[in-house]
Design a protein around this ligand. Structure first.
Ligand code: NAD
Length: 498
């Protein structure tokens, strides 16, 4: 099979490694088989990216030309939206609706970076000296290793590929081994749009072998990674040896704070979406509800009532509201957290088990789960579960709400619900998370930076900062009228030394 794209050609792996079977999480059936890279393939891919960066015509492209290339990619994404959305749904288990929205978001990211690719060439610095011209310019970093997770395979990859291309880098990219299919289709689109050979190289494979080989390769200048905290720590350590630039988008444990004066029905509705979109397999999932005492019991009761009515199903089924988890192993991990929460004294008020329907038996489904009477010291409240599980804590004062919301090692996102604009602004200002929603949950914009405080990561994706991650700043200082300074050794003339 020819699933690796290296130096502009689809190739087979060099060492005949066994194919990986990609499963459909909705029924456990075989979706596809793909061939994975060996260490040698990573070598060849990095060498191709290196050549394309150091000596290829790509280096001579203008920012405007690269912007036009990104625009062509966006147009092809629009053309293939239905097919790509379907692939994403089949591979990850998310609903067809969610898959289509992902592709719209990928398209928006390409259009955004197309628009700003040539918008910021650098700046002139006032030196205070008419004889000196000084300017700061931006250059691409070089060869980038871009590694993505399985929950939003193409979306997370696009947040890296679009700005990396706009800035003029070359790259080796690797999707998660669990969900490679949309990235394979995407690379075909990049080639069709005219991305030159060697500029984007695709390798498939797992983290410990293929991903680690990318990160430690001396020919790689920068690593951008989205995934779990433990993997991010490993990548940071490995990148340290080569003093590579890194960008890390890691996990989250995101507080969703509801004050008693919030619109009750809207807050409940959004709390469900915050926690259960894509079965909670979202880095910014509102998995930690923090509700004011006065409405707590009523809120939990309504939340449970609605959660019990959520329709699970195959993502292709138009009636399905929630798909399965991505794999058997991941569901087992989430079930472990549920069992642990019960042991620690959390009160299960919805879900906590697999669905009863026979039609869902072979898929990796889990009922949307709600735990009440949770406290901040419980494992289920502290660790990222990454599944359809929401915990509820209660608070009495604004200060307590903020204190609870900040009591996490992560700092990715959070929300505050209130009809009092002053409270909203104070709480939003006090929360130490990279994104805060007020009376909303989950929307993000390509124009606005995304990323985390604390252990949620390093750097930002999206927005102008998301482009800067892929650029080096260079200061060019031009002495327009050079003349001898006579600092050193001019005594030789006076003393007649020869
Ligand atoms: P993961 O860390 O297991 O894997 C992510 C990617 O890293 C995969 O491609 C994997 O093959 C690769 N990888 C694994 N070990 C590696 C190593 N030693 N060296 C190099 N690459 C390696 O994460 P996952 O389970 O695929 O994704 C879920 C995690 O991603 C969650 O923690 C979630 O919060 C996080 N995430 C964060 C964001 C964000 O924007 N902050 C977005 C999406 C997902």
């Amino acid at each position: 099979m020819t699933d690796l794209y290296i130096d502009g050609t689809w190739v087979s792996p060099s060492d005949g490694a066994p194919d990986r079977v990609v499963l459909n999480p909705a029924d456990g059936s075989e979706l596809a088989r793909v061939s994975e890279a060996s260490g040698t393939d990573v070598e060849v891919a990095v060498a191709a990216a290196r050549r394309a960066f150091d000596a290829g015509p790509w280096r001579a492209t203008t920012a405007r030309e690269r912007g036009e290339l990104l625009r062509r990619v966006a147009d092809l994404l629009v053309r293939d939206r239905a097919e790509l959305g379907r692939i994403e749904s089949l591979d990850t288990g998310k609903t067809l609706n969610e898959g289509g929205i992902d592709i719209d978001d990928v398209t928006a990211v390409f259009r955004y970076y197309a628009g700003i690719a040539d918008g910021h060439a650098g700046r002139v610095v006032d030196t205070g000296d008419a004889g000196v011209m000084s300017r700061v310019v931006y250059e691409p970093v070089g060869v980038c290793a871009l590694i993505a997770p399985w929950n939003y395979p193409l979306l997370q990859m696009s947040w890296k590929v679009a700005p990396a291309l706009a800035a003029g880098n070359t790259m080796v990219i690797k999707p998660s081994e669990v969900t490679p299919m949309s990235t394979i289709a995407f690379v075909r689109l990049l080639a069709e749009a005219g991305v030159p050979a060697g500029v984007v190289n695709l390798v498939l494979g797992d983290g410990p072998n293929v991903g680690a080989a990318m990160v430690s390769h001396p020919g790689v200048d920068m690593v951008s990674f989205t995934g779990g905290l433990a993997t991010g720590q490993r990548i940071m350590a490995a990148a340290a040896t080569g003093v590579k630039k890194i960008a890390l988008e890691l996990g989250g444990k995101n507080p969703n704070i509801v004050f008693a004066d919030a619109d009750f029905d809207t807050a409940v509705d959004y709390a469900l979406a915050a926690a259960f979109v894509h079965s909670g397999q979202v880095c910014s999932a509102g998995a930690r509800l923090i509700v004011e005492d006065a409405i707590h019991d009523e809120f939990v009761a309504e939340l449970a009532r609605r959660a019990k009515a959520i329709r699970l199903g195959n993502g292709l089924d138009p009636d399905a509201e929630c798909g399965p988890l991505v794999s058997e192993a991941h569901r087992a991990k989430v079930e472990g957290y549920i069992a642990g929460a019960i042991d620690e004294g959390a009160r299960l008020v919805a879900g906590g088990k697999r669905p009863d329907e026979a039609a869902l038996r072979d898929g990796f489904f889990l009922r949307p789960t709600i735990f009440a009477d949770c406290t901040r010291d419980m494992t289920i409240v502290r660790e990222e579960v990454f599944g359809p599980v929401v915990t509820v804590e209660r608070f009495r004062t604004e200060a307590e709400a903020v204190e609870l919301g900040n009591d996490t090692e992560y700092g990715l996102a959070g929300a505050v619900w209130t009809s009092d604009g002053s409270v909203a602004q104070r709480v939003a200002g006090a929360l130490r998370h990279g994104t805060i929603w007020i009376n909303d949950y989950h929307p993000y914009l390509p124009q606005a930076e995304w990323g985390g405080f604390g252990k949620s990561g390093i750097g930002r994706e999206l927005g102008p900062t998301g482009l800067d991650e892929y650029r080096e700043a260079k200061h060019i200082y031009h002495n327009i009228n050079p003349a001898p300074m006579r600092w050193f050794g001019h005594g030789a003339d006076e003393a007649g030394v020869n």
